[in-house]
Design a protein around this ligand. Structure first.
Ligand code: KG4
Ligand code: ZN
Length: 341
């Protein structure tokens, strides 16, 4: 079976084809460069850029997979949450392919794409504890099954990726900030600046990054000039503080998870920030300390891509869970609808 997946919910226009045997036959990702001058994604520009490129990218993905459109078993698109203009572009493209080739259409929750990606490259059974960390979302979830999520905690302010991007902007490192901070941090001294770990020691497993970002801003403002060495040190201190905050909150998350699922022993990460090697190392150590096995998708499958949508689409397709062509794109779409915030 072949499922085509289309991703267009933020600033990546992407498409991929996967099989039910976890073969990733193609994975075409185009990261829009149009936003660089603005230091962040401009929704209108993103929507237009998706529209310009989506047909080519989808055609290339099908061609690179060595198949034709008539071989597809189903077509999936990210149906939200995300920037609505872009989501509409991907969903309309997928619906048109579904209608022309008379195959099922599947609207994939973008967050479910991140949540299930690790299962494309490793055999991970349910339930598992998931740390989902991207530019717009930061949550700790129990993944019970495809489509079944229980949120244990979430950020009370910024997402971790958003904090990476904002701090990178303050340091003049460009967008997206995560990879640049990681690069600068490699040569920096992670003990030079004293930064807060906002939620450490508190009950539950909610997270917070906004105070950390403000502390960085204050230090930059009061220091006058900021040399390359200062930037590297700040990047290292910031990355360390983010990782400490996450590890400390996940420690509580693991306790909550184990209470609910005494047999659950897998810790999984997903989303763009999961590409961060320092964080991955810390999470691996945390998992080991708590008798859990740690899984992270390959770095290129952490940031937005078509494979995550194709694979989540395949998982849904195999369960017979497909959507009607009446599906309306969703700017908001929580994985756990019972979660309050
Ligand atoms: O999952 P993603 O591609 O898009 C969303 O769904 O939001 O995540 C993008 C976020 C950005 O904030 C980016 O700065 C961050 O992931 N990111 C990283 C790294 N690579 C991407 N953050 C830290 N370290 C990285 N290596
Ligand atoms: Zn994403």
């Amino acid at each position: 079976m072949f499922v085509l997946g289309i991703e267009s919910s933020c600033d990546e226009t992407a498409a991929a084809v996967v099989t039910e045997r976890k073969e990733l036959l193609s994975n075409v990702v185009f990261s829009q460069q149009e936003h660089k001058a603005f230091g962040g994604v401009v929704p209108e520009i993103a929507a237009r850029a998706h529209l310009q490129r989506v047909d080519d990218i989808v055609e290339t993905a099908v061609k690179n997979a060595g198949i034709g459109f008539s071989d597809l078993s189903a077509v999936a698109a990210a149906g939200g949450p995300g920037l609505i203009g872009g989501v509409i572009v991907g969903v309309m493209t997928a619906k048109a392919i579904a209608a022309v080739h008379d195959i099922p259409f599947i609207a994939v929750n973008h967050l479910e794409g991140h949540a299930l990606t690790a299962r494309l490259t490793a055999d991970i059974s349910f339930p598992y504890l998931l740390f989902l960390t991207s530019g717009g979302h930061c949550q700790i979830l129990a993944v019970e099954n495809v489509g079944k999520y229980k949120r244990l905690g979430a950020t009370i302010d910024d997402a971790a990726g958003e904090a990476f991007d904002k701090v990178a902007k303050m340091l003049g490192l460009g967008y997206p900030g995560g990879p640049m901070i990681e690069r600068y941090a490699e040569t920096g001294d992670d003990k030079r600046f004293d930064l807060p770990r906002p939620m450490v020691g508190k009950e539950g497993c909610d997270l917070s990054f906004s105070g950390l970002k403000t502390a960085v801003r204050r230090l930059i403002e009061t220091s006058g000039t900021f040399s390359e060495k200062d930037k590297a040190d700040m990047a290292a201190c910031f990355q360390r503080a983010v990782s400490d905050e996450i590890v400390s909150r996940l420690k509580n998350g693991i306790k909550m998870f184990k209470k609910l699922y005494p047999d659950g022993k897998n810790l999984v990460v997903g989303g763009g920030v999961a590409a961060n090697m320092a964080l991955r190392r810390d999470l691996m150590a945390l998992a080991e300390k708590n008798g859990m096995t740690f899984f992270a998708p390959p770095v290129r499958l952490c940031t937005d891509n078509g494979a995550m949508i194709a694979w989540a689409g395949m998982e849904r397709f195999l369960k017979g869970s497909v959507d009607s062509l009446d599906f309306a794109p969703r700017p908001r779409w929580p994985l756990d609808p019972s979660a309050k915030r």
